[in-house]
Design a protein around this ligand. Structure first.
Ligand code: CP
Length: 306
């Protein structure tokens, strides 16, 4: 019986063995394993700005032998009124194998994936504030490649958690990987509404969030998802919520600092921390390429789970 076409839509859509396979494969590739050669193509469709995700999917496709195609969305036919459904069907008719999509509309990725012909794969490269699964996978691969076990880990996510798709996908993943405690911290109006889920605690201060934790993940303020009038003042925000060297002293010995980028120095993170020896920020970027290579291998059936 033919297998159903794989898509990467969110972390919850992956089985435990698939999560492990993807994270382990990213680590193997980072350690020098030979990539599979895939005779296929991948088109990048980014309707929101991106540096890391777009370039790393492009590099990843090239490194597994695929043909990467960057579509400049300001020049695409969606500008002439073509629906995204029709654009995607057009690309599929040309024989494109993978569509890598970043878009603000929640639910769009799943809708498009369900209408694709068999054999055409959709990758969620960012979906509003809902999901950014390849970022969560690369964050996990970054820790694993560094020998940091997620089982029993204490992790703080600090900043604009409410609007963050990185936090949303991360929350799904960290609990699946056995993290002991996830602390969420930030101004009250930037934390998720309602009570925290099991295993998650909300903290009222940065000091409370970082005390004794193994990993601190900082987030930028997602201005693009807020009214201008509600933007916090940068200097005041940095004073209260910006991660500085003094905070690292209160964390667990060997605590590492992560940030999905783009970083805003002097706002959510002090430059000395971003550039310091605890920072994994550029390592996350490096692991992003290997993780996306693993994603292409898995999508195209070159990587078996388990
Ligand atoms: N982390 C992340 O998604 O960065 P970009 O917006 O640069 O792709």
């Amino acid at each position: 019986m033919p297998e159903t076409t794989r898509h990467l839509l969110d972390i919850d859509g992956l089985a435990d063995d698939e999560l492990e396979t993807l994270i382990n494969r990213a680590c193997e590739l980072a350690a020098g394993a030979t990539a599979r050669r895939l005779d296929a193509s991948a088109a990048n469709l980014f309707f929101e700005p991106s540096t890391r995700t777009r370039v790393s999917f492009e590099l990843a496709a090239a490194r597994v032998g695929m043909q990467p195609i960057n579509i400049e969305m300001s020049q695409a036919s969606t500008i002439k009124g073509e629906s995204l459904e029709d654009t995607v069907a057009t690309l599929a008719a040309m024989g494109i194998d993978c569509l890598v999509l970043r878009h603000a509309d929640i639910g769009l990725h799943a809708r498009l994936a369900s209408a694709l012909p068999a054999g055409v794969h959709l990758v969620n490269a960012g979906e509003g504030s809902r999901a950014h699964p390849s970022q969560a996978l690369l964050d996990a691969a970054t820790l694993r490649a560094r020998g940091i076990a997620t089982s029993g880990l204490k992790l703080a996510i600090v900043g604009d958690v409410r609007h963050s798709r990185v936090a949303a996908s991360g929350l799904q993943l960290w609990q699946r990987l056995g993290v002991e405690e996830v602390r969420l911290a930030g101004p009250a109006d930037l934390l998720p509404p309602g009570p925290p889920a099991t295993g998650v605690v909300h903290c009222a201060s940065l000091e409370e969030a970082v005390g004794g934790v193994d990993v601190i993940m900082m987030l930028r303020i997602q201005h693009e998802r807020m009214d201008r009038a509600t933007w916090p003042d940068s200097a005041a925000y940095h004073k209260e919520w910006g991660l500085k060297s003094e905070h690292l002293a209160a964390a667990a010995a060997g605590c590492v600092v992560m940030h999905p980028g783009p970083i805003n120095r002097g706002v959510e993170i002090a430059a000395e921390v971003a550039d310091g020896d605890r920072s994994l920020i550029l390592e996350q970027v490096r692991m992003g390429v290997f993780t996306r290579m693993a994603v292409f291998e898995w999508l195209l059936g070159a990587l078996r789970a388990g």
